[in-house]
Write a protein that binds this ligand. Sequence first.
Ligand code: F6P
Length: 359
Amino acid sequence: MRIAISTGGGDAPGLNAVIRAATLSAIDRGWSVLGIKRGYAGLLGEDEVIMLTADSVRGIAHLGGTILRTTNRGNPFEFPVQRSDGSWQEIDRSGEILDNARNLGIEALISIGGDGSLAIAQRLVERGMRIVGVPKTIDNDVSGTVTTFGFDTAVQTAIEAIDKLHTTAESHDRVMVLEVMGRDAGFIALHSGVSGTADVVLIPEIPWRIENVCEAVMERDRRGRKFAIIVVAEGVRDVSGHESLIGASPPGQDRRVGGIAQRLATAIQDRTGKECRSMVLGHLQRGGMPTGYDRLLATRFGGAAAQAVADGKWGHMVALQTPNIVTVPIAEALKVPKRVDPNHDVVQTARAIGISFGD
Ligand code: F6P
């Protein structure tokens, strides 16, 4: 048996631990393993395909990033190609993937990725490719699994930032606005905000109003708490549906959101007279060593993915359904994207302990 592994979409701490566990579990079964570089680029002749051996995955479980590299561009079904006049068109290159996989003797693929990569995997399965998925995203926005690896590390990074902002905010009686990742889902903001005892948490699932944010800050002020910590997910929308976009999205890429922290800080300062500062945590959340939780989850996912290949679970992804790792159809998992439930106990408790959601 010859299998291949690929990593697609934005990187997440724990990818290397999945690659290592899947590779070693495959070798343990007597299979050979190929690594497709940079998503599907290695199968489109735009990057390499390498052998993965016990040696090549040695000492990587604790490292962030991915030894296979990754990309969040180049969906093979809608591959962006620039015309001679500079305009862009999208072409279907999925046939090349199937042909090249066949020519390389790849009998099964373990595709590690977020909702975008899993959707591509599902379409390739429908075209006859034998694929098992491994859900990956720091945003924790894939359904069917309690959590994804990378999320815990990102939350930990955000909590460390909040802790540090706290001391300086308190020293200066300032309002600190921290922008964290989360284009459509507010899990990072919610979990880090509650754990870091923020005063206001704004998430994409709950539209906010500037008046309410300012009132939360001033209500604290009246109680003698002169500083405030606000954690805002980059993809929030206010009550009129406005989000903070960074320019136009390049072809074949998701919309880019960001800049809300600075806008919010300016608006709060203008309305309350309080001194405000903003900070964007950005890609620090995707970098660095995975936490112990993420390393273990990633390792379990890698081992389970090899088992799913052995069981012929094509079109399924591995998932955590505590306390077990199970497999679920990718199509099922993709049907409804995972979002923060505004009635979830974390939100309810946050409100009960005085955190404002700006609504
Ligand atoms: O989907 C993961 C994610 O980290 C989002 O939270 C964020 O909006 C996006 O990736 C950033 O992507 P890029 O690396 O292209 O800036």
